[in-house]
Design a binder for this molecule. Structure first.
Ligand SMILES: [Zn+2]
Length: 457
């Protein structure tokens, strides 16, 4: 059978049929992961810039889980001698497909290893950037990755274990991820936050904490980029965000639970609104409220970092899909409180994209303009980063009364903002809404919209 060519960020990578067979099922999954690999390139470019700023050169980067080895090659081609790269492979001979692919000149000094990922990470070298493209479970590598990463080093986690994370086999989630999850409207976000809770525990064992840069869940994988920070204070702060979430299976009410060290006989009264619904419709003998998690409930986007990543992505290839992904993340992490703010933000973001697209005349003039955009965005981000980031998004259809038409997302977002709540779309689900409003308020607003619009059909 013929070999297969994957084109990523303008480079062709060829893999023989023999290699594909060796990878087995992993091949089919790995070849779809071009977005996380592109995100890793743009994240690394930011890390390099930061480290160079403090006089550090020659960063060490590792693609720790054996796979296609494309990420390591992309970094080396892009950043040449600014970084040293180690790529873990499935076979020892350097003449394998992983070794042969890519631009021969720039990729000649990539080091190859053929080891179990934890053994490779524990080999004594300190890394500044660790990329874990795990086929399936990623949490078993987190502890060693947190141990060998430098202070302020960046860890990029890709997990394809979606069937477990989305609770297809309920016994696997507590066993592997030490938490509970269920199939509900925000399960994609739960998956990300469940892995982050595992990261918080793994890092804290080495007295480390983290700061999340970005998260994403798409049809093939979950991606998390986080900066690891040394020190007990950071470790405690990350652990403090790990909490359980009470979820009502009937009315979809959710609430982040504050657990204390002291035993409280009557736990915080959870007021879900099942009493508003018809009690006879409930098929539950026990309380329909369950405890999900523990999951990480802190902020999951860093607007400044994502903005800079997006700038880099525009420079590299303005039409690449990561540009729009990063843009939606920026819209989401600001989660604007008014339509006017959203218009301003969109103008800021699309403005510099158009500049980059007009290739040829962009070398001198936009420098001043660009720094102005940077400045205005940073001011914007500061305004919103002082506010709490709303945890767990909502779906309009879950909260629409049965038999009614689901209102348009834009209408719901507009109405939420009119009522004084922050609201935006979310990258986790095209139909999702992230808002500071509570579930009860969200329902009330949807009911209002439904009452105002005459029934069609
Ligand atoms: Zn309820």
């Amino acid at each position: 059978m013929a070999s297969c060519v994957l084109k990523e960020l303008g480079t062709d990578f060829e893999f023989t049929h023999k290699f594909q067979q060796k990878l087995g099922n992993q091949w089919n999954t790995a070849k779809t992961l071009s977005t996380p690999r592109a995100l890793s390139v743009f994240a690394l470019s930011q890390v390099i810039e930061e480290y160079n700023g403090i006089g550090m050169t020659a960063l060490s980067c590792v693609e720790a889980v054996p796979g296609l080895g494309i990420a390591g090659k992309l970094w080396k081609q892009e950043f040449q001698d600014k970084i040293s790269v180690v790529v873990n492979t499935i076979e020892e001979t350097p003449e394998n497909d992983v070794g042969r692919n890519g631009d021969a000149k720039s990729c000649s000094d990539i080091k190859y290893a053929c080891e179990e990922p934890n053994a490779l990470l524990h080999s004594g070298k300190i890394f500044n950037f660790i990329y874990l493209e795990a086929y399936g479970n990623c949490v078993r590598y987190l502890e060693s990755a947190c141990h060998v990463i430098s202070h302020r080093g960046v860890l990029c986690i890709v997990s394809t274990d979606l069937s477990t994370l989305y609770n297809k086999s309920p016994d696997r989630v507590p066993r592997i991820y030490h938490g509970h999850t269920m199939k509900n409207e925000y399960m994609k976000e739960t998956a990300v936050r469940l892995i982050l809770a595992n990261l918080a525990r793994a890092a804290s064992r080495w007295d480390r904490g983290f700061h999340v840069i970005l998260c994403r869940a798409d049809e093939n994988c979950v991606v998390i980029v986080a900066r690891i920070l040394k020190g007990a204070t950071h470790a405690n702060r990350s652990l403090d965000f790990v909490k359980k979430v009470a979820h009502c299976r009937q009315c979809h009410f959710r609430s982040v639970l504050d657990e204390t060290w002291h035993f409280v006989p009557s736990a915080d009264k959870i007021v879900c609104f099942c009493e508003d619904l018809d009690p006879a419709s409930s098929g539950y003998i026990l309380s329909p409220i369950v405890c999900l998690g523990p999951m990480y409930t802190g902020p999951i986007f860093d607007p400044g970092f994502i903005f800079d990543m997006r700038e880099r992505a525009i420079k590299t290839s303005p039409r690449h899909k990561t540009v729009s992904i990063l843009q939606s993340m920026l819209m989401e992490c600001c989660c604007c409180e008014s339509d006017a703010d959203e218009v301003t933000l969109t103008k800021l973001l699309t403005g510099n994209l158009e500049n980059a697209a007009d290739t040829g005349k962009d070398s001198d003039e936009p420098a001043a303009k660009k720094s102005k955009t940077d400045q205005s965005f940073k001011e914007f981000a500061v305004k919103y980063s002082n506010l709490d980031f709303p945890v767990l998004f909502l779906l309009a259809q879950t909260h629409t009364k049965r038999g009614s038409n689901v209102p348009k997302i834009t209408n719901v977002i507009g109405r939420l903002r009119e009522c004084g709540f922050r609201a935006s779309r979310t990258t986790f689900d095209p139909r999702g809404i992230r808002t500071a409003a509570s579930v009860r308020e969200f329902r009330r607003i949807i009911d209002e919209i439904l009452k105002a619009t005459p029934k069609s059909g």
